[in-house]
Ligand binder design. Structure first.
Ligand code: PRX
Length: 583
Protein backbone atom coordinates (compact mmCIF):
# COMPACT_ATOMS: atom_id res chain seq x y z
CA UNK A 1 0.00 0.00 0.00
CA UNK A 2 1.23 3.48 -0.83
CA UNK A 3 0.98 6.03 1.93
CA UNK A 4 0.29 9.66 1.08
CA UNK A 5 3.16 12.10 1.39
CA UNK A 6 3.18 14.15 4.56
CA UNK A 7 3.45 17.73 3.33
CA UNK A 8 5.46 20.22 5.37
CA UNK A 9 4.44 23.83 5.92
CA UNK A 10 6.25 26.78 4.36
CA UNK A 11 9.50 27.75 6.09
CA UNK A 12 7.96 30.75 7.82
CA UNK A 13 5.21 28.64 9.32
CA UNK A 14 7.47 26.53 11.52
CA UNK A 15 7.50 27.53 15.19
CA UNK A 16 11.30 27.39 14.91
CA UNK A 17 12.72 27.89 11.45
CA UNK A 18 14.60 24.71 10.38
CA UNK A 19 18.39 24.96 10.19
CA UNK A 20 18.34 23.22 6.84
CA UNK A 21 16.05 25.30 4.68
CA UNK A 22 17.14 24.36 1.16
CA UNK A 23 18.54 21.19 -0.27
CA UNK A 24 19.78 21.11 -3.86
CA UNK A 25 21.51 24.49 -3.69
CA UNK A 26 23.26 23.64 -0.44
CA UNK A 27 24.35 20.24 -1.73
CA UNK A 28 25.95 21.91 -4.69
CA UNK A 29 27.80 24.62 -2.80
CA UNK A 30 28.57 22.70 0.38
CA UNK A 31 32.12 22.09 1.57
CA UNK A 32 33.21 20.24 4.70
CA UNK A 33 36.34 22.41 4.80
CA UNK A 34 34.25 25.50 5.23
CA UNK A 35 32.12 24.02 7.99
CA UNK A 36 35.29 22.77 9.65
CA UNK A 37 36.05 26.41 10.48
CA UNK A 38 33.13 26.37 12.91
CA UNK A 39 35.00 23.93 15.10
CA UNK A 40 37.41 25.47 17.60
CA UNK A 41 40.30 23.09 17.23
CA UNK A 42 43.01 22.76 19.88
CA UNK A 43 45.48 25.56 20.60
CA UNK A 44 48.25 23.80 18.66
CA UNK A 45 45.98 23.20 15.68
CA UNK A 46 44.74 19.69 16.42
CA UNK A 47 41.20 18.53 17.04
CA UNK A 48 39.65 16.74 20.00
CA UNK A 49 36.01 15.79 20.34
CA UNK A 50 36.04 16.49 24.10
CA UNK A 51 37.11 20.06 23.50
CA UNK A 52 34.44 20.60 20.84
CA UNK A 53 31.69 18.99 22.92
CA UNK A 54 32.55 20.26 26.39
CA UNK A 55 35.38 22.74 26.89
CA UNK A 56 34.48 25.22 24.18
CA UNK A 57 31.00 25.63 25.64
CA UNK A 58 32.35 25.70 29.20
CA UNK A 59 34.48 28.66 28.16
CA UNK A 60 31.62 30.58 26.57
CA UNK A 61 28.57 29.70 28.64
CA UNK A 62 29.84 27.56 31.46
CA UNK A 63 26.68 27.69 33.53
CA UNK A 64 24.46 26.30 30.80
CA UNK A 65 23.17 22.84 31.70
CA UNK A 66 24.75 20.16 29.54
CA UNK A 67 22.99 17.21 31.14
CA UNK A 68 19.76 16.73 33.05
CA UNK A 69 20.06 13.27 34.55
CA UNK A 70 17.21 11.22 35.96
CA UNK A 71 18.15 8.00 37.70
CA UNK A 72 16.16 4.79 37.55
CA UNK A 73 14.98 5.44 41.10
CA UNK A 74 13.89 9.01 40.33
CA UNK A 75 17.12 10.74 41.49
CA UNK A 76 17.76 14.02 39.70
CA UNK A 77 21.11 15.63 38.93
CA UNK A 78 22.24 18.43 36.66
CA UNK A 79 25.65 19.15 35.21
CA UNK A 80 26.67 22.38 33.54
CA UNK A 81 29.24 22.52 30.77
CA UNK A 82 31.73 24.00 33.27
CA UNK A 83 31.16 21.14 35.69
CA UNK A 84 31.56 18.65 32.87
CA UNK A 85 34.83 20.31 31.89
CA UNK A 86 36.21 20.03 35.42
CA UNK A 87 35.03 16.47 35.96
CA UNK A 88 36.35 15.24 32.63
CA UNK A 89 39.67 16.98 33.40
CA UNK A 90 39.81 15.12 36.68
CA UNK A 91 39.17 11.81 34.99
CA UNK A 92 41.81 12.52 32.36
CA UNK A 93 44.23 13.15 35.23
CA UNK A 94 43.23 9.84 36.83
CA UNK A 95 44.04 8.05 33.57
CA UNK A 96 47.31 9.90 33.17
CA UNK A 97 48.23 8.85 36.70
CA UNK A 98 47.70 5.25 35.62
CA UNK A 99 50.09 5.71 32.73
CA UNK A 100 47.47 5.86 30.00
CA UNK A 101 48.88 7.30 26.80
CA UNK A 102 47.66 8.44 23.44
CA UNK A 103 46.06 5.61 21.49
CA UNK A 104 45.51 3.30 24.50
CA UNK A 105 42.07 1.71 24.68
CA UNK A 106 39.91 2.43 27.70
CA UNK A 107 36.57 0.65 27.85
CA UNK A 108 33.42 1.54 29.73
CA UNK A 109 30.87 -1.01 30.92
CA UNK A 110 28.12 0.67 32.84
CA UNK A 111 24.54 1.84 32.75
CA UNK A 112 23.46 5.35 31.89
CA UNK A 113 24.88 7.30 34.83
CA UNK A 114 26.57 10.71 34.57
CA UNK A 115 29.94 9.13 35.41
CA UNK A 116 29.78 7.25 32.11
CA UNK A 117 29.77 10.57 30.25
CA UNK A 118 32.54 11.96 32.46
CA UNK A 119 34.68 8.88 31.84
CA UNK A 120 34.00 8.95 28.11
CA UNK A 121 35.17 12.52 27.57
CA UNK A 122 37.98 12.13 30.10
CA UNK A 123 39.29 9.25 27.99
CA UNK A 124 39.24 11.45 24.89
CA UNK A 125 41.04 14.25 26.72
CA UNK A 126 43.76 11.80 27.73
CA UNK A 127 44.20 11.05 24.01
CA UNK A 128 43.01 7.47 24.50
CA UNK A 129 40.36 5.62 22.50
CA UNK A 130 37.00 5.21 24.22
CA UNK A 131 35.20 1.88 23.86
CA UNK A 132 31.72 1.84 25.39
CA UNK A 133 30.04 -1.53 25.91
CA UNK A 134 26.29 -2.23 25.92
CA UNK A 135 25.36 -2.53 29.58
CA UNK A 136 23.11 -5.56 28.98
CA UNK A 137 25.98 -7.68 27.64
CA UNK A 138 26.90 -10.92 29.32
CA UNK A 139 30.49 -12.06 29.88
CA UNK A 140 31.18 -13.49 26.40
CA UNK A 141 30.62 -10.31 24.34
CA UNK A 142 32.52 -8.28 26.93
CA UNK A 143 35.50 -10.64 26.86
CA UNK A 144 35.58 -10.71 23.04
CA UNK A 145 35.72 -6.92 22.88
CA UNK A 146 38.23 -6.33 25.67
CA UNK A 147 40.48 -9.06 24.33
CA UNK A 148 40.41 -7.91 20.71
CA UNK A 149 40.95 -4.25 21.52
CA UNK A 150 43.66 -4.95 24.11
CA UNK A 151 41.91 -2.53 26.48
CA UNK A 152 44.19 -1.39 29.33
CA UNK A 153 41.52 0.03 31.61
CA UNK A 154 37.91 -0.90 32.26
CA UNK A 155 35.53 1.55 33.93
CA UNK A 156 32.64 -0.39 35.43
CA UNK A 157 29.91 -0.32 38.06
CA UNK A 158 30.03 -2.86 40.92
CA UNK A 159 27.00 -4.73 39.62
CA UNK A 160 28.40 -5.16 36.12
CA UNK A 161 31.82 -5.99 37.49
CA UNK A 162 30.18 -8.85 39.36
CA UNK A 163 28.60 -10.11 36.15
CA UNK A 164 31.96 -10.45 34.40
CA UNK A 165 34.31 -11.05 37.35
CA UNK A 166 35.32 -14.52 36.12
CA UNK A 167 36.60 -13.30 32.75
CA UNK A 168 38.84 -10.49 34.01
CA UNK A 169 41.70 -12.90 34.67
CA UNK A 170 41.66 -13.97 30.99
CA UNK A 171 42.73 -10.51 29.82
CA UNK A 172 46.50 -9.98 30.00
CA UNK A 173 46.32 -6.44 28.54
CA UNK A 174 43.84 -5.21 31.13
CA UNK A 175 45.86 -3.42 33.79
CA UNK A 176 43.28 -1.50 35.81
CA UNK A 177 39.64 -1.72 36.79
CA UNK A 178 38.03 1.52 37.93
CA UNK A 179 34.79 0.95 39.84
CA UNK A 180 32.11 3.65 39.84
CA UNK A 181 29.85 3.29 42.84
CA UNK A 182 27.17 5.79 41.85
CA UNK A 183 25.75 7.51 44.93
CA UNK A 184 27.01 4.64 47.07
CA UNK A 185 24.45 2.28 45.57
CA UNK A 186 26.62 -0.76 46.30
CA UNK A 187 27.63 -1.80 49.81
CA UNK A 188 30.14 -4.36 48.55
CA UNK A 189 33.82 -3.74 49.26
CA UNK A 190 36.15 -3.18 46.31
CA UNK A 191 37.90 -6.24 44.96
CA UNK A 192 41.67 -6.25 45.63
CA UNK A 193 43.52 -4.12 43.08
CA UNK A 194 40.42 -2.26 41.90
CA UNK A 195 40.44 1.52 41.93
CA UNK A 196 37.61 3.53 43.43
CA UNK A 197 36.42 6.13 40.94
CA UNK A 198 35.13 8.36 43.72
CA UNK A 199 38.41 8.34 45.62
CA UNK A 200 40.55 8.81 42.53
CA UNK A 201 38.39 11.69 41.32
CA UNK A 202 38.44 13.42 44.71
CA UNK A 203 42.21 13.68 44.68
CA UNK A 204 42.61 14.46 40.96
CA UNK A 205 43.15 18.01 39.72
CA UNK A 206 40.34 19.71 37.78
CA UNK A 207 42.94 21.21 35.42
CA UNK A 208 44.15 19.30 32.42
CA UNK A 209 45.63 20.23 29.07
CA UNK A 210 44.05 17.98 26.48
CA UNK A 211 46.60 15.61 24.97
CA UNK A 212 47.16 17.04 21.49
CA UNK A 213 45.24 14.91 19.03
CA UNK A 214 44.90 15.47 15.30
CA UNK A 215 41.62 15.18 13.45
CA UNK A 216 42.72 11.78 12.17
CA UNK A 217 43.69 10.34 15.56
CA UNK A 218 41.36 7.63 16.75
CA UNK A 219 38.68 8.64 19.24
CA UNK A 220 35.98 5.99 19.65
CA UNK A 221 35.58 2.33 18.82
CA UNK A 222 32.37 0.37 18.62
CA UNK A 223 32.18 -3.32 17.93
CA UNK A 224 29.75 -4.40 15.28
CA UNK A 225 28.65 -7.85 14.21
CA UNK A 226 29.03 -9.44 10.82
CA UNK A 227 27.79 -12.66 9.27
CA UNK A 228 30.87 -14.61 10.19
CA UNK A 229 33.49 -14.41 12.87
CA UNK A 230 33.67 -12.32 15.99
CA UNK A 231 32.51 -8.71 16.09
CA UNK A 232 34.84 -6.18 14.53
CA UNK A 233 35.94 -2.93 16.17
CA UNK A 234 34.94 -0.02 13.92
CA UNK A 235 37.29 2.83 14.79
CA UNK A 236 36.44 6.51 14.36
CA UNK A 237 38.57 9.64 14.27
CA UNK A 238 38.14 12.95 16.10
CA UNK A 239 37.07 14.55 12.82
CA UNK A 240 33.73 12.71 13.17
CA UNK A 241 32.76 15.59 15.48
CA UNK A 242 32.27 17.72 12.38
CA UNK A 243 29.59 15.48 10.97
CA UNK A 244 27.94 14.97 14.35
CA UNK A 245 27.64 18.73 14.63
CA UNK A 246 26.36 19.13 11.07
CA UNK A 247 23.76 16.36 11.22
CA UNK A 248 22.71 17.52 14.68
CA UNK A 249 21.72 20.72 12.92
CA UNK A 250 20.31 19.37 9.69
CA UNK A 251 18.59 16.11 10.65
CA UNK A 252 17.86 16.68 14.34
CA UNK A 253 17.37 20.41 13.76
CA UNK A 254 19.04 21.28 17.07
CA UNK A 255 18.84 24.91 18.14
CA UNK A 256 20.46 26.73 21.05
CA UNK A 257 17.46 26.50 23.39
CA UNK A 258 16.43 22.94 22.69
CA UNK A 259 16.01 20.24 25.28
CA UNK A 260 17.07 17.10 23.52
CA UNK A 261 16.51 13.46 24.42
CA UNK A 262 18.19 10.51 22.73
CA UNK A 263 16.94 7.14 23.97
CA UNK A 264 19.81 5.02 22.61
CA UNK A 265 22.13 3.13 24.95
CA UNK A 266 25.62 4.69 25.06
CA UNK A 267 27.09 1.25 24.35
CA UNK A 268 25.96 1.53 20.73
CA UNK A 269 27.03 4.10 18.21
CA UNK A 270 23.78 6.11 18.33
CA UNK A 271 24.38 6.62 22.04
CA UNK A 272 27.78 8.22 21.45
CA UNK A 273 27.31 10.04 18.14
CA UNK A 274 23.84 11.36 19.06
CA UNK A 275 23.61 10.82 22.82
CA UNK A 276 26.86 12.73 23.39
CA UNK A 277 28.57 14.34 20.43
CA UNK A 278 25.78 15.83 18.29
CA UNK A 279 23.95 17.71 21.05
CA UNK A 280 27.08 18.85 22.85
CA UNK A 281 29.11 19.91 19.81
CA UNK A 282 26.07 22.14 19.22
CA UNK A 283 26.07 23.28 22.86
CA UNK A 284 22.55 21.91 23.44
CA UNK A 285 21.19 20.67 26.79
CA UNK A 286 20.19 17.05 26.88
CA UNK A 287 18.24 14.69 29.10
CA UNK A 288 19.76 11.36 30.12
CA UNK A 289 17.21 8.93 31.49
CA UNK A 290 18.65 5.91 33.22
CA UNK A 291 15.42 3.92 33.46
CA UNK A 292 14.33 1.30 30.99
CA UNK A 293 11.37 1.32 28.67
CA UNK A 294 7.91 2.01 30.06
CA UNK A 295 5.48 4.02 27.96
CA UNK A 296 4.18 6.22 30.78
CA UNK A 297 7.69 6.85 32.16
CA UNK A 298 8.91 7.92 28.74
CA UNK A 299 6.07 10.38 28.18
CA UNK A 300 6.68 11.66 31.69
CA UNK A 301 10.31 12.44 30.76
CA UNK A 302 9.14 14.51 27.79
CA UNK A 303 6.64 16.39 29.91
CA UNK A 304 8.89 16.94 32.92
CA UNK A 305 11.92 18.23 31.05
CA UNK A 306 10.01 19.93 28.25
CA UNK A 307 11.79 17.87 25.60
CA UNK A 308 11.71 19.63 22.23
CA UNK A 309 13.71 17.25 20.02
CA UNK A 310 13.47 13.50 20.45
CA UNK A 311 15.61 10.84 18.79
CA UNK A 312 14.41 7.27 19.28
CA UNK A 313 14.03 3.95 17.48
CA UNK A 314 11.37 1.96 15.61
CA UNK A 315 10.99 -0.85 18.16
CA UNK A 316 10.44 1.73 20.91
CA UNK A 317 7.89 3.54 18.77
CA UNK A 318 6.08 0.29 18.03
CA UNK A 319 6.03 -0.51 21.75
CA UNK A 320 4.58 2.93 22.46
CA UNK A 321 1.94 2.30 19.81
CA UNK A 322 1.13 -1.03 21.39
CA UNK A 323 0.80 0.53 24.84
CA UNK A 324 -2.15 2.55 23.51
CA UNK A 325 -3.04 6.04 22.36
CA UNK A 326 -4.72 6.93 25.63
CA UNK A 327 -1.41 7.06 27.51
CA UNK A 328 0.22 9.94 25.59
CA UNK A 329 -3.07 11.83 25.87
CA UNK A 330 -2.49 11.99 29.64
CA UNK A 331 0.78 13.90 29.27
CA UNK A 332 1.67 17.34 28.04
CA UNK A 333 3.83 16.67 25.00
CA UNK A 334 3.31 20.13 23.56
CA UNK A 335 7.01 21.08 23.74
CA UNK A 336 7.98 18.43 21.16
CA UNK A 337 8.67 20.05 17.82
CA UNK A 338 10.82 17.48 16.02
CA UNK A 339 11.05 13.70 16.36
CA UNK A 340 13.43 11.29 14.65
CA UNK A 341 14.09 7.57 14.46
CA UNK A 342 16.93 5.29 13.43
CA UNK A 343 18.29 1.77 13.60
CA UNK A 344 15.71 -0.36 11.83
CA UNK A 345 13.09 0.07 9.16
CA UNK A 346 10.47 2.52 10.35
CA UNK A 347 7.14 1.33 9.06
CA UNK A 348 4.87 4.02 7.53
CA UNK A 349 2.18 3.34 10.16
CA UNK A 350 4.65 4.41 12.85
CA UNK A 351 5.53 7.63 11.01
CA UNK A 352 1.86 8.50 10.68
CA UNK A 353 1.04 7.46 14.25
CA UNK A 354 3.44 10.13 15.49
CA UNK A 355 1.58 12.73 13.52
CA UNK A 356 -1.72 11.60 15.01
CA UNK A 357 -0.72 11.00 18.60
CA UNK A 358 2.62 12.63 19.51
CA UNK A 359 1.88 16.36 19.35
CA UNK A 360 1.28 16.22 15.57
CA UNK A 361 4.87 15.15 15.00
CA UNK A 362 5.51 12.53 12.32
CA UNK A 363 8.71 10.57 13.03
CA UNK A 364 11.56 11.46 10.72
CA UNK A 365 13.42 8.31 9.75
CA UNK A 366 17.11 8.47 9.06
CA UNK A 367 19.74 5.95 8.06
CA UNK A 368 23.31 5.26 9.02
CA UNK A 369 25.38 2.54 10.68
CA UNK A 370 28.32 2.00 13.03
CA UNK A 371 30.77 2.24 10.15
CA UNK A 372 29.35 5.51 8.85
CA UNK A 373 29.63 7.08 12.32
CA UNK A 374 26.90 9.61 11.70
CA UNK A 375 23.65 10.13 9.80
CA UNK A 376 24.06 9.85 6.03
CA UNK A 377 20.46 9.76 4.81
CA UNK A 378 17.63 11.62 6.49
CA UNK A 379 14.18 13.08 6.40
CA UNK A 380 14.61 16.77 7.19
CA UNK A 381 12.11 18.97 9.00
CA UNK A 382 11.52 21.21 6.00
CA UNK A 383 11.14 18.36 3.52
CA UNK A 384 7.92 16.46 2.79
CA UNK A 385 7.98 12.93 4.20
CA UNK A 386 7.33 9.92 2.02
CA UNK A 387 6.39 7.47 4.77
CA UNK A 388 8.54 4.35 4.54
CA UNK A 389 11.48 6.17 2.98
CA UNK A 390 14.73 6.85 4.86
CA UNK A 391 14.98 10.21 3.14
CA UNK A 392 17.78 11.81 1.12
CA UNK A 393 21.56 12.00 1.63
CA UNK A 394 22.97 14.81 3.73
CA UNK A 395 24.89 17.64 2.06
CA UNK A 396 28.51 16.64 1.52
CA UNK A 397 27.76 12.94 1.06
CA UNK A 398 27.00 10.93 -2.05
CA UNK A 399 25.03 7.70 -1.68
CA UNK A 400 23.94 5.42 -4.50
CA UNK A 401 22.48 2.06 -5.34
CA UNK A 402 25.02 -0.16 -7.10
CA UNK A 403 25.05 -3.62 -8.66
CA UNK A 404 27.39 -6.50 -7.81
CA UNK A 405 30.20 -4.84 -9.79
CA UNK A 406 29.82 -1.53 -8.03
CA UNK A 407 28.08 0.21 -10.95
CA UNK A 408 25.15 2.50 -10.30
CA UNK A 409 21.74 1.12 -11.26
CA UNK A 410 18.68 2.97 -12.55
CA UNK A 411 16.28 4.69 -10.13
CA UNK A 412 13.72 2.20 -8.86
CA UNK A 413 16.05 -0.79 -9.13
CA UNK A 414 17.13 -2.70 -6.06
CA UNK A 415 20.84 -3.02 -5.31
CA UNK A 416 23.51 -2.48 -2.69
CA UNK A 417 23.36 0.78 -0.79
CA UNK A 418 26.78 2.38 -1.28
CA UNK A 419 28.53 5.56 -0.17
CA UNK A 420 31.32 7.50 -1.79
CA UNK A 421 34.22 7.37 0.70
CA UNK A 422 35.57 10.51 2.33
CA UNK A 423 32.81 11.68 4.64
CA UNK A 424 34.23 12.99 7.97
CA UNK A 425 32.74 10.39 10.29
CA UNK A 426 33.65 7.41 8.13
CA UNK A 427 35.24 4.56 10.10
CA UNK A 428 38.99 4.59 9.68
CA UNK A 429 39.62 0.92 10.38
CA UNK A 430 38.33 -2.31 11.73
CA UNK A 431 40.66 -2.76 14.66
CA UNK A 432 43.61 -4.83 13.49
CA UNK A 433 41.66 -6.24 10.58
CA UNK A 434 42.76 -4.48 7.43
CA UNK A 435 41.57 -7.29 5.20
CA UNK A 436 38.00 -7.04 6.45
CA UNK A 437 38.12 -3.25 6.11
CA UNK A 438 39.35 -3.46 2.51
CA UNK A 439 36.65 -6.00 1.66
CA UNK A 440 33.97 -3.34 2.25
CA UNK A 441 35.04 -1.24 -0.74
CA UNK A 442 34.28 -1.92 -4.39
CA UNK A 443 34.80 0.19 -7.50
CA UNK A 444 35.33 3.32 -5.45
CA UNK A 445 32.29 2.79 -3.21
CA UNK A 446 31.91 1.77 0.42
CA UNK A 447 29.36 -1.07 0.31
CA UNK A 448 27.12 -0.82 3.36
CA UNK A 449 25.70 -4.35 3.49
CA UNK A 450 22.15 -3.04 3.10
CA UNK A 451 19.91 -3.56 0.09
CA UNK A 452 17.88 -0.55 -0.97
CA UNK A 453 16.29 1.40 -3.82
CA UNK A 454 16.40 5.05 -4.78
CA UNK A 455 13.40 6.70 -6.42
CA UNK A 456 13.66 9.25 -9.20
CA UNK A 457 13.60 12.14 -6.70
CA UNK A 458 16.59 10.77 -4.81
CA UNK A 459 14.70 9.35 -1.79
CA UNK A 460 16.15 6.07 -0.50
CA UNK A 461 14.02 3.09 0.47
CA UNK A 462 15.36 0.24 2.62
CA UNK A 463 14.86 -3.30 1.34
CA UNK A 464 16.82 -5.53 3.74
CA UNK A 465 20.24 -6.72 4.78
CA UNK A 466 22.47 -8.28 2.14
CA UNK A 467 23.91 -10.67 4.73
CA UNK A 468 22.76 -12.91 7.60
CA UNK A 469 23.15 -10.26 10.29
CA UNK A 470 20.03 -10.06 12.45
CA UNK A 471 18.52 -6.75 13.51
CA UNK A 472 16.55 -7.38 16.68
CA UNK A 473 15.04 -4.29 18.28
CA UNK A 474 17.75 -2.23 16.61
CA UNK A 475 20.63 -4.39 17.88
CA UNK A 476 22.73 -6.07 15.26
CA UNK A 477 23.40 -9.67 16.16
CA UNK A 478 25.92 -11.84 14.35
CA UNK A 479 24.54 -15.37 13.98
CA UNK A 480 28.03 -16.81 14.36
CA UNK A 481 28.43 -15.34 17.84
CA UNK A 482 25.18 -16.89 18.99
CA UNK A 483 25.99 -20.23 17.35
CA UNK A 484 29.42 -20.26 19.02
CA UNK A 485 27.84 -19.73 22.43
CA UNK A 486 25.21 -22.43 21.86
CA UNK A 487 27.66 -25.14 20.87
CA UNK A 488 29.51 -24.64 24.11
CA UNK A 489 26.55 -26.25 25.83
CA UNK A 490 27.48 -29.92 26.37
CA UNK A 491 24.28 -31.23 24.77
CA UNK A 492 24.48 -29.14 21.60
CA UNK A 493 26.21 -30.63 18.56
CA UNK A 494 25.42 -27.97 15.96
CA UNK A 495 23.58 -24.69 15.83
CA UNK A 496 22.18 -22.47 13.07
CA UNK A 497 20.80 -19.05 13.91
CA UNK A 498 18.44 -16.84 11.91
CA UNK A 499 16.32 -13.72 12.34
CA UNK A 500 12.61 -14.51 12.49
CA UNK A 501 10.21 -11.68 11.62
CA UNK A 502 8.49 -10.10 14.58
CA UNK A 503 5.85 -7.36 14.59
CA UNK A 504 7.51 -5.28 17.32
CA UNK A 505 11.26 -6.08 17.39
CA UNK A 506 11.30 -6.52 13.60
CA UNK A 507 13.29 -9.71 14.02
CA UNK A 508 13.92 -12.04 16.92
CA UNK A 509 16.85 -14.42 17.16
CA UNK A 510 15.82 -18.01 16.49
CA UNK A 511 18.21 -20.94 16.87
CA UNK A 512 18.01 -24.43 15.46
CA UNK A 513 20.16 -26.93 17.32
CA UNK A 514 20.95 -30.59 16.90
CA UNK A 515 21.99 -32.65 19.90
CA UNK A 516 24.87 -34.94 20.69
CA UNK A 517 23.98 -38.56 20.98
CA UNK A 518 22.51 -39.51 24.33
CA UNK A 519 20.50 -36.29 24.80
CA UNK A 520 16.74 -36.24 24.49
CA UNK A 521 15.00 -33.23 22.88
CA UNK A 522 12.90 -32.29 25.91
CA UNK A 523 11.39 -28.92 26.83
CA UNK A 524 13.55 -28.95 29.90
CA UNK A 525 16.73 -29.25 27.86
CA UNK A 526 15.56 -26.54 25.51
CA UNK A 527 14.97 -24.16 28.40
CA UNK A 528 18.30 -25.05 29.88
CA UNK A 529 20.08 -24.22 26.60
CA UNK A 530 18.15 -20.97 26.40
CA UNK A 531 19.20 -19.99 29.95
CA UNK A 532 22.78 -20.98 29.16
CA UNK A 533 22.87 -18.69 26.11
CA UNK A 534 21.29 -15.81 28.01
CA UNK A 535 23.75 -16.05 30.80
CA UNK A 536 26.69 -16.00 28.40
CA UNK A 537 25.43 -13.43 25.92
CA UNK A 538 22.59 -11.34 27.41
CA UNK A 539 18.86 -11.53 26.95
CA UNK A 540 19.11 -8.97 24.13
CA UNK A 541 21.34 -11.18 22.01
CA UNK A 542 20.44 -14.74 23.06
CA UNK A 543 17.84 -16.67 21.05
CA UNK A 544 14.24 -15.94 21.90
CA UNK A 545 13.30 -19.30 20.37
CA UNK A 546 15.18 -22.56 20.14
CA UNK A 547 14.06 -25.48 18.01
CA UNK A 548 15.71 -28.84 18.44
CA UNK A 549 16.10 -30.66 15.11
CA UNK A 550 17.64 -33.96 14.04
CA UNK A 551 20.17 -32.32 11.76
CA UNK A 552 20.89 -28.98 10.14
CA UNK A 553 21.04 -28.39 6.38
CA UNK A 554 24.66 -27.99 5.30
CA UNK A 555 26.61 -27.43 2.14
CA UNK A 556 28.87 -30.20 0.96
CA UNK A 557 31.74 -28.33 2.53
CA UNK A 558 29.96 -28.50 5.87
CA UNK A 559 28.70 -24.91 6.18
CA UNK A 560 25.32 -24.56 7.83
CA UNK A 561 22.82 -23.09 5.35
CA UNK A 562 21.10 -20.37 7.35
CA UNK A 563 19.36 -19.17 4.21
CA UNK A 564 17.62 -22.52 3.94
CA UNK A 565 16.70 -22.58 7.62
CA UNK A 566 15.11 -19.18 7.15
CA UNK A 567 13.24 -20.14 3.98
CA UNK A 568 11.86 -23.23 5.72
CA UNK A 569 10.90 -21.23 8.79
CA UNK A 570 9.01 -18.72 6.67
CA UNK A 571 7.52 -21.29 4.30
CA UNK A 572 9.31 -19.67 1.35
CA UNK A 573 10.79 -21.38 -1.71
CA UNK A 574 14.12 -22.99 -0.84
CA UNK A 575 15.95 -21.49 -3.82
CA UNK A 576 19.15 -23.04 -5.08
CA UNK A 577 19.90 -26.15 -3.05
CA UNK A 578 22.46 -27.62 -5.44
CA UNK A 579 25.24 -27.25 -2.89
CA UNK A 580 23.21 -28.97 -0.18
CA UNK A 581 24.89 -31.92 1.47
CA UNK A 582 22.98 -35.16 1.09
CA UNK A 583 21.88 -36.70 4.33
O1 PRX B 1 20.69 -2.52 8.35
C1 PRX B 1 20.70 -1.14 8.65
C2 PRX B 1 19.92 -0.87 9.93
O2 PRX B 1 20.83 -0.92 10.98
C3 PRX B 1 22.15 -1.12 10.46
C4 PRX B 1 23.15 -0.35 11.26
O3 PRX B 1 23.18 -0.81 12.57
P1 PRX B 1 24.33 -0.34 13.53
O4 PRX B 1 25.64 -0.52 12.86
O5 PRX B 1 24.11 -1.01 14.83
O6 PRX B 1 24.14 1.20 13.65
C5 PRX B 1 23.14 1.71 14.43
C6 PRX B 1 23.12 3.21 14.20
C7 PRX B 1 22.13 3.64 13.20
C8 PRX B 1 22.08 -0.67 9.03
O7 PRX B 1 23.11 -1.23 8.25
N1 PRX B 1 19.30 0.47 9.87
C9 PRX B 1 19.76 1.61 10.41
N2 PRX B 1 18.91 2.62 10.15
C10 PRX B 1 17.92 2.12 9.41
C11 PRX B 1 18.18 0.75 9.22
N3 PRX B 1 17.36 -0.03 8.49
C12 PRX B 1 16.28 0.53 7.95
N4 PRX B 1 15.96 1.83 8.10
C13 PRX B 1 16.74 2.67 8.82
N5 PRX B 1 16.42 3.94 8.97
Amino acid sequence: MDYPTIAKPGLDDFSVRPNLDRYDALRESFSWQELRRELDGLPGGGLNLAHEAIDRHAARRGDKVAMYWEGAGGEEEQYTFAQMRDLTNRFANVLRGLGIEKGDRVFIFMGRVPELYVAFFGILKAGAIAGPLFSAFGPDPVRDRLEDSGAKVLVVTPELRGRIAHILGDLPDLKHVIVVNKNGRSQDPLAPGDISYEEAMASASPDFDIVPTTEEDYSIMHYTSGTTGKPKGAVHAHLAALQHMATGRWALDLHEDDIYWCTADPGWVTGTSYGMSAPWTNGVSQVIYEGGFRASAWYQVIQKYGVTVWYTAPTAIRMLMKAGDDIPARYDLSTLRHTCSVGEPLNPEAVIWGEKVINNQPFHDNWWQTETGAILIANYPFQDIRPGSMGRPIPGVRTAIVDENGNEVEPGEEGDLAVQPGWPSMFRAYWRNQEMYDSKFKNGWYITGDRARMDSDGYFWFVGRADDVINTAGHLVGPFEVESALIEHPAVAEAGVIGKPDPVAMEVVKAFVSLHEGHEPTDRLRNEIMGFARQKLSAAVAPREIEIVDSLPKTRSGKIMRRLLKARELGLPEGDTSTLEED
